[in-house]
Design a protein. Sequence first.
Length: 318
Amino acid sequence: DWQMGSFIDEKVREIKEIVGNKKVILGLSGGVDSSVAAALIHKAIGDNLYCIFVDHGLLRKNEGEIVYKTFKERFGFNLKMVDASKMFLERLKGVIDPEEKRKIIGKTFVEVFEKEASLFKDAEFLAQGTLYPDVIESSAHGGTSVTIKTHHNVGGLPEKMNLKLLEPLRDLFKDEVREIGRILGLPEEIVSRHPFPGPGLAVRIIGEITEDKIRILQEADHIFIEELRKVGLYNDISQAFAVLTPVKTVGVMGDYRTYEYVLALRAVKTEDFMTADWYEMPYNLLKKVSSRIINKVKGINRVVYDVTSKPPATVEWE
Ligand code: XMP
């Protein structure tokens, strides 16, 4: 696409001009926005970009590995991987309220990120993958007193850190950002990725979070996504994921009675995530996913599919 191609040239020139030979810090999450922002800035300033990846222990299966392989091994970025999962899990122990989970994760994330960023003493800029809809949303939400859900990404960081903000994607929509990612050579696996909430699996494990539940959910979610990609439906869906409920039900396995968790599958189609339709998943695919999950993931003996749109439901279960 020539338009996006010239956008890239223009932005690269602009970033070079603004940043000069100063250093830039960026929180890389593995999502589309921060990945494309990183690739664009890297094209402009190369090794003067420092990326930090914070693993809070509530990521999808292989997430850290994909980020490491892509950005460190393949593209040779300056990238620091920070495993803070112990601290997050410790603080989340026994917490069941969704908003409380979000607050703990948001606060801990800022704490960890600030500490890591401060180790790069010579940095003057903080880069973020803010898009046009984020800009609109934060200005629209600025004056309201009602919060339905606190949506944290890494908001609130730059003020405290005394860094200048660099947001090269803030005039763009998601589709344009994906296109730029493709032109910059990012793998399809990253470029076409569904959005993933900042608090990650914490809001997809209903109730108390344990390491065992995280593992169960990661495995089940991975199977679901893998099957969607296999049949080519992944890109037709806006967001798909698995949810681990705290409900246990009775089942049979051979001669034995089992008593395990119910897993819910969720898939929606939407333009802007303010409203969303549940996705009409082919039955044979549901059948395949369900039996693979039941056979492969210990701890689940029943799979259900969520057929609720937004409103009245939200996309996430918490
Ligand atoms: P809901 O559940 O509010 O989700 O219908 C709409 C979109 O927002 C995402 N979401 C979040 N993203 N932090 C985030 O960064 C959050 O706390 C959060 N909660 C929901 C959700 O995945 C969906 O794309």
